[in-house]
Design a protein around this ligand. Structure first.
Ligand SMILES: [Fe+2]
Ligand SMILES: [Fe+2]
Length: 321
């Protein structure tokens, strides 16, 4: 399939007058001063800490989770998405394709920069990677979704759309860290340089998502709306198992006690509320595309709420057994 349709406009480094962060090769490192905080305070969990140090260590563990996700997102979601574009049966204009390949180069540096900070934090606070962190929850869900899809075209489409979903939200998430004065300067710097690159990527991937949507026939739009919705939910849902593990690592209390506490705080309704906040940039983009006309996000959320209620009941029952 080829297209004469104009490609949507998007931002580039050249027009913004700045260079990608990989050219500066800066690696902000934590200083470990006692007032250096690594993650915004979690108001739901905060009352359960016995000391300021427990709270700070929970922040360090939470930021490690965030960095772990960043490394995985770059190498396992965004770079594969860019590589899969060429396998789709659409002829993306060469300049747009070339610019997307430039962003794949950026992502390798972001992963390396994150890995450095992650290694420093883990080693200073004695944080061990949990089994779950070896493949984050959202990635397990997306891999499972893709493995169940029998159509090879749809499998590649899922890979590309997962990239669009993650790139519509990451610059906003990073910018929140970059301006948060409660966080250490090292945290803000590593997030700021990444956020600046991601504002270009977000613009590029929105253009890609918009252009592809115009290329899809009706059957593909129906399928793509489903893939977008599943990806948006998977990417934005808090991971209760990781939260419990971070609480265990920061307080030294038995893991089962921490799981019980976290499962009582993070009910299905709380998780869905967090998901709605985190997914807002992606949902706005999907509404702009018109994808929500095929699968209303509100309907998908109610399905997810039911699934979560059942999952959390099983988790609580397993703890009491
Ligand atoms: Fe990135
Ligand atoms: Fe990116």
């Amino acid at each position: 399939m080829s297209s004469e349709r104009p490609y949507p406009q998007y931002s580039t480094y050249a027009e913004g007058g700045r260079s990608p962060s990989l050219l500066s090769q800066e690696y902000p490192r934590p200083t470990f001063q006692p007032d250096e905080n690594y993650y915004p305070k979690n108001p739901l969990v905060e009352p359960s800490f016995c000391s300021r140090e427990e709270s700070r260590k929970f922040g360090a563990a939470s930021f490690c989770g965030f960095l772990e996700d960043t490394v995985e997102v770059e190498h396992c979601l965004v770079i594969p998405a860019i590589a899969a574009i060429r396998r789709l049966p659409y002829d993306i204009p060469p300049t747009a394709e070339q610019d997307l390949y430039k962003s794949a180069t950026d992502e390798g540096f972001h992963a390396e920069q994150s890995q450095q900070f992650l290694t420093d934090l883990r080693s200073h606070f004695g944080l061990v990677r949990s089994e779950e962190d070896r493949t984050p929850l959202f990635l397990r869900r997306l891999q499972n979704q893709r493995s169940l899809e029998p159509n090879p075209f749809y499998r590649d489409l899922i890979t590309v759309l997962n990239g669009v979903v993650t790139e519509t939200r990451i610059s906003i998430e990073l910018s929140r860290f970059a301006v948060d004065k409660s966080l250490g300067e090292s945290v803000r710097r590593v997030c700021r340089s990444h956020a600046e690159d991601e504002s270009i990527h977000a613009s590029q991937f929105k253009a890609l998502g918009q252009w592809l949507w115009g290329e899809f026939d009706e059957d593909t739009k129906i399928a793509a709306a489903g893939f977008y919705t599943a990806s948006t939910i998977a990417r934005s849902l808090p991971d209760v198992e990781r939260l419990a593990y971070c609480f265990h690592a920061s307080t030294g209390r038995p893991l089962r006690e921490c799981q019980s506490l976290i499962y009582s705080i993070y009910t299905a309704d709380v998780l869905i509320d967090r998901l709605i906040v985190e997914s807002q940039p992606t949902v706005t983009f999907l509404q702009y595309l018109g994808a929500d006309k095929y699968i209303p996000f509100s309907v998908a959320l109610e399905e997810e709420r039911r699934r979560l209620n059942s999952e959390l009941t099983s988790r609580r029952n397993a703890l009491e057994a």
